[in-house]
Design a protein around this ligand. Sequence first.
Ligand SMILES: [Zn+2]
Length: 465
Amino acid sequence: MKIKFLGAVNTVTGSAHLIEYKGKRLLLDCGMFQGKREPTEILNRNMQGFEGIDAVLISHSHIDHTGRLPLLFRNILENNRTDVFIYATNATVDITELLLLDSAHIQEENIKYLRKKGRIPSGKEPLYTTSDVEAIKKFFIKKDYEEVFEPIPGIKAKFIEAGHILGSAQILIKTEEGKTLLYTGDIGRQHLPIIRDRRTVKEANVIISETTYGDRLHEPYQGLKKHLKDIIVKTVKRHGKIIIPSFALGRAQEIIYLLHEMRIEKEIPFIEIFIDSPLAREITQVFRKYHNIYDKDAKSFFHKFGDIFSFKGLTFTSSVEESKYINSINRPIIIIAASGMCEGGRVVHHLKQNIENYRNTILIIGYQAVETLGRKLLDKNLSTVRILGEEYIKKSSIIQLHEFSAHADKNDLVNMYEEKDKTLIENIFLVHGEERSLNSFKNTLLERGFKNIHIPQKIGDSFEI
Ligand SMILES: [Zn+2]
């Protein structure tokens, strides 16, 4: 068996790892690179190494693990192959379809806009279009967690809970000779709301693991509700609004669940809550559909109070008119809108409307990459920010909560390794991390007695195992 690393090498995006076994080629994830537009675009368009794929297994629906599926299948279909399938858990398939359509739509709109402004040549096409996404839908095959199947001859595979987002899985494959390979996908942190904790996989000969936070620790989750309560109570006292930029997947559902709980516990005053994101609304539908894979607490909440994502005063808006109506409301409300880093989506309009009022709070709950509007909002050295071409003074209070993260931190990752049968591990490959995190985590594992730890250095690096 041979492994070839086609992405997430010395970086956290573009996950794609190829397994070659007895003349067949099995791809683990097919992610998009994200970051600065031009360099990532070159990486994304280069599909070298992806030729002749026989099957694809997807760990979870985040775009950095799925975003190049439409490109891959454009090539596969051009070669008249209709026998290549994409395997993933039920929830992952549903969410992946929504996210890919959304991503294609955004790309189409961006290209139109840039072309109009004369910033790109007229022949330039998006990476993929909504019709590319529609074309791959029939190649998805849904699998239950723990269901064993044979994606290529001689290899048995199954999906095991990874505890990262709804539907997320570690992938365990076993060859007919009995060699096992575990690909962790993204590992979640323990005790996330709604999402089950990852399941331990004790036995694996080869491990490909993520190391996103291999050198860092998260703030404990326990203090979150109190922080959230304080922020809401204070803002309501000032008669202000609370604007929460949020990813449509995961973060949005978590915060709805928390607010629902706090409402039942009478911890927060009654104010209306608007989820102003059509994508979040659609993804929430998928959460409703798969309540069988909630964690214990969310299941018992569901049995006691019914749908987690419906309660008095909670509104999912869809049309632009509804979105505009929210701005005309003149009383304390909570607005949750995408995108998470404020780089587009409806949240931008809400920020524009509300940032110059000292009564309001902008609550940042997710990671904000360098150069994004979200990061500029948090930058204490900046007194103004540019939103949609205009300068605004930061008068509202801007608060960041650090407790939200769907990723395992260093301790979680170490625990995951310590739970394994060390004597069986032959090779460990560290991917999906920045250089500092990869090296630091490698040292941590070495200190704990793990051996044969490799960090692939460039795209295309391969290892015989
Ligand atoms: Zn992820």
